[in-house]
Design a binder for this molecule. Structure first.
Ligand code: DX5
Ligand code: ZN
Length: 233
């Protein structure tokens, strides 16, 4: 299959009902989510705590699309096998999480899954130049990681443009995470992003009993993003 540069919406289940993950995942997928984004936080690299490998393993049977596991943890390497065995289709790790991102990406690839590198808002695009060949995706943070519902940091747009140029013809996705809404989505898509994480903008106003709200939210982000691509073309 050829490389898929179409726009993909990846709802972050950080904004889901924590007592009801199975039903929440099934609802967002039924409503058009392309991927499911799982935010793993360790209370050390970021000031919040979320999902260990057993939780991710429990999500797995509910995900029919693609489970993208964003590790906001440090150190990373000793946990890669456990998250891969829990069923991650892709693991992304932060360049800021330690001195050996090259080794970390090799360790993720050695699990036979896809690997991505994450850049915090304070990390320049150039920081990933020498590891792009190990990456299936570059994730550009447009908030400081740790919490959902924060305001989009606009310097991520220019960073996206730079990373897109650096990637050239290589088959590498660009994902945006943080403050993605119908207002901000077209900006990053016009700059070259193809995977949009959205937490609050997908889950707001809906529930597993009113899943059509999730569908409307996903369609609104996708329509705005596709507008951004038309503009860029
Ligand atoms: C932030 C997480 C994000 C977050 C996005 O640390 O990595 O995935 O859930 O939430 P919104 O879309 O609400 O900014
Ligand atoms: Zn995330």
């Amino acid at each position: 299959m050829s490389f898929d540069r179409s726009i993909k919406i990846a709802p972050s289940i950080l904004s889901a009902d924590f007592a009801n993950f199975g039903a929440e995942i099934r609802a967002i997928e039924a409503q058009g989510a392309d991927w499911v984004h799982v935010d793993v936080m360790d209370g050390h690299f970021v000031p919040n705590l979320t999902f260990g490998p057993p939780a991710v393993k429990a999500f797995r049977p509910h995900v029919k699309t693609f489970m993208d596991v964003h590790l906001m943890i440090s150190p990373v390497d000793q946990y890669i096998e456990a998250y891969a065995e829990a069923g991650a289709d892709m693991i992304t790790a932060h360049i800021e999480a330690g001195p050996h991102i090259h080794r970390t990406l090799q360790a993720i690839k050695a699990q036979g899954i896809k690997a991505g590198v994450v850049l915090n808002p304070g990390t320049p695009a150039e920081a990933c130049a020498d590891i792009l060949d190990l990456c299936d995706m570059v994730l550009i943070m447009t908030v400081n990681p740790g919490f959902g519902g924060q305001k989009f940091i606009h310097s991520g747009v220019e960073k996206t443009r730079k990373v897109r140029q650096m990637i050239g013809d290589r088959e590498i996705h660009i994902q945006i995470d943080g403050g993605v809404t119908p207002e901000t989505a077209p900006l990053v898509v016009a700059a070259g992003a193809d995977v949009l994480v959205a937490g609050s903008a997908v889950f707001k106003g809906g529930s597993v009993d009113t899943p059509d709200v999730y569908g409307a939210n996903i369609r609104a982000i996708r329509a705005a993003a596709e507008g951004g691509r038309t503009q860029a073309a």
